[in-house]
Design a protein around this ligand. Structure first.
Ligand code: ADP
Length: 633
């Protein structure tokens, strides 16, 4: 982390920006931290004050004055203890509940508002992984700004309280005539000041040097191993069956132990482990010794002044406590400073991520909500290269289709089918050529407006661990009749009727013990219902029936016209039999549309389609030619 270290000014600027982010996103968290830390810092001083008065009264032979002080001591200790405990419980809730939710939201909102090509970019993903890892490691990044602020407030309040309680140590003089009157000399005051400065500076420097071992230590690899072996691989539900079948638990534990024993981990055998037992530990010990040396000096000075008659013996405890607090406050300030410098380095990837610009042009035209739902899409000589690659994923694609048509996109893996869909849905813009909606370049439409024209089921779609109905509607409040209707159309009607809680059945078991585990095919039907509920003029289905059994697949296809109604349906499929009912089939090969037409014409013509058809017919030959004829492959 030490390469291109930020200058002091940059580190402060980075931290100020982080602070501004928190002020905007969650000011209440900062207010809470400030209040709690102020209480924490000031709490020990009140009992200290009463203790001093109490001992003075006892030592001065004034039991009458001692009682109120004793009462004050008891009450202040109890009240401050209670307030501190309540405040830290409150802060803990704010910390866990709000802080991390807001932290997530800051990153998540950026990710959602980014151009899709940047989300898809491995660089962005690497940046995000780095941010997450730094945060997991020790809250490095934005979370530490909260910690820095809280520590700063506590240090300042501790210093303020200490100054208030220790001023009289220097202002109350040893009465004239005492042999210790020389303690009133300004030199003594200067000497104590110097001791304070030396103690704080020296212990701070030693402590910082010790801390540098951490900030210079690149624990990314160790952290990655730790998260993978102990959290991801061991705990992910999807892996549970594999882990049991192959008895991977032992294997993973060994691998994890090996990782923790490696040089780059955090275990006792790691570099940082050895440093903690060696130089880092020695530096921390020396820092502690210096601070305690200063406490000894205060004892000496305050004790001698009390002996000289400047104040009662009880005040010694007050001054020692206050000045030790003062030294601690300054040491904490230095620690804040050093963490601020280290943390600023971890803010670099955060800002790089948050500052990713939106480069996609966003027009202002609205996609008129046409009552006749007439939309025409045209690909005009469209070519596309994925960013950072020199190869054409699509080349000179020309195609036109109207709402109401059924278009199938077929071709071998890697032929450009998904890329075609991504361009259609404007997840990417073409590198060359243009895509037109009703004759106008799609870039000229409002982005959200244009996206709303499409409902897509991607092959790797995901459902949420939430009630079935909410999954279908993608909303908490929804039209139940419509959701049921869509599920029925998608072929989920019978299963729905069997569910005692119907639409309120929770999918999966993350939140409800009686949640249902749906099969891949059922999930696909629910995803299909979700598309229907959206009621967009274009539906795009990427292998819509891949997880369905042949019977269910046949059922979906038979009812397809009912399902899709007057919308345009675009299917990506490598099962040619499932495309036969489409008006138009576009055959992709090496990024180009090599053939276009209906099934009957294409299967007759010599070319890619016929070759694919025959290859698949051969593959399924065992299943019998009638099945093939029926289209239930
Ligand atoms: P299909 O859907 O027909 O299997 P794709 O459209 O996914 O094909 O891929 C077309 C070509 O683009 C392939 O050569 C593939 O390797 C490449 N490609 C796909 N996605 C990306 C990506 N995100 N970055 C770089 N290249 C990609």
């Amino acid at each position: 982390m030490n390469k291109n270290r930020l200058s002091l000014r940059e580190a402060v600027a980075y931290t100020r920006r982080g602070f501004a982010i928190w002020c905007k996103a969650a000011p209440e968290v900062l207010v809470s931290a400030a209040a709690v830390r102020a209480v924490n810092a000031l709490a020990p001083y009140l009992p200290l004050w009463f203790t001093a008065r109490l001992v003075n009264a006892i030592a001065g032979g004034e039991p009458g004055a001692a009682w109120p002080m004793l009462a004050g001591l008891l009450i202040s200790t109890a009240v401050m203890g209670a307030v501190r405990a309540a405040a830290s419980a409150w802060d803990g809730t704010m910390m866990d509940g709000r802080l991390y939710t807001v932290w997530n939201r800051i990153h998540f909102e950026k990710l959602l508002s980014m151009d899709f090509c940047d989300v898809d970019n491995p660089k962005t993903q690497a940046l995000l992984t780095q941010i997450l890892q730094n945060n997991n490691w020790s809250g490095w990044g934005l979370i530490n700004i909260y910690g820095l602020f809280a520590d700063l407030v506590e240090a300042v309040m501790r210093i303020a309280g200490a100054v208030a309680l220790s001023v009289s140590l220097f202002t109350l003089p040893v009465p004239p005539g005492s042999p210790l009157v020389w303690l009133n000399s300004p030199l003594c005051l200067g000497g104590m000041g110097l001791a304070l400065v030396i103690s704080v500076a020296l212990s701070g420097a030693l402590f910082n040097r010790a801390r540098r071992y951490w900030s210079e230590y690149d624990g990314t690899q160790g952290n990655r191993g730790f998260s993978y072996f102990y959290f991801i691989a061991m705990r992910e539900r999807e892996r549970a069956a594999d882990i049991r079948t192959y008895a991977q638990d032992k294997f993973l534990e060994d691998a994890g132990r090996q990782d923790m024993g490696s040089e780059t981990s955090f275990g006792p055998g790691s570099t940082i482990g050895r440093q903690a037992r060696g130089p880092m530990g020695a530096l921390c010990a020396a820092a502690g010794a210096v601070s305690q040396g200063f406490v000894g000096a205060i004892y000496l000075f305050a004790g001698l002044k009390a002996l000289g008659g400047a104040f009662g013996v009880g005040s010694v405890a007050q001054y020692v406590g206050a000045l030790a607090g003062l030294a601690q406050g300054f040491t904490d300030l230095l620690a804040v400073w050093s963490v601020l410098r280290s943390n600023a380095e971890y803010l670099k990837p955060v800002y790089e991520f948050l500052d990713t610009p939106n480069k996609m042009y966003q027009g202002s035209l609205t996609t008129e909500k046409r009552n006749d739902r007439r939309y025409e899409i045209e690909f005009r000589d469209v070519s596309f290269q994925y960013p950072g690659t020199g190869t054409w994923a699509l080349r000179h694609v020309n195609m036109k289709f109207d709402v109401g048509e059924r278009l199938a996109v077929v071709g071998e893996n890697g032929s450009g089918k998904t890329t075609f869909i991504k361009l259609l849905c404007r997840l990417y813009d073409p590198t060359e050529g243009e895509i037109l909606l009703n004759g106008i370049d799609i870039r000229k439409y409002r982005y959200d407006n244009y996206l709303a024209l499409f409902s897509v089921v991607f092959q790797d779609f995901k459902l949420l661990s939430q009630p079935l109905g909410q999954n279908v509607a993608a909303a908490e409040d929804y039209d139940r009749t419509r959701a049921e209707e869509c599920l029925r159309k998608a072929g989920f009607g019978q299963r729905l009727a069997e569910l005692p809680k119907g639409l309120d059945t929770c999918l999966y078991r993350e939140f409800e013990d009686d949640g249902v585990e749906v099969s891949g095919g059922e999930a696909q039907k629910i995803a299909l219902a979700r598309v229907l509920y959206q009621d967009a003029p274009f539906i795009v289905l990427d292998e819509p029936t891949a997880a369905l059994d042949p019977e269910a697949e046949a059922e979906v296809y038979t009812k397809f016209n009912d399902i899709v109604e007057d919308k345009t349906a675009i299917y990506i499929s490598h099962r040619l039999s499932s495309c036969r009912f489409c008006d138009e089939i576009a055959v992709f090969d090496h990024g180009q549309v090599v053939q276009q037409g209906n099934h009957d014409a294409l299967v007759e013509a010599e070319g890619k389609y016929q070759a694919l058809w025959e290859a698949q017919a051969q593959y399924y030959a065992k299943k019998g030619s009638e099945e093939l004829e029926d289209g239930i492959l």
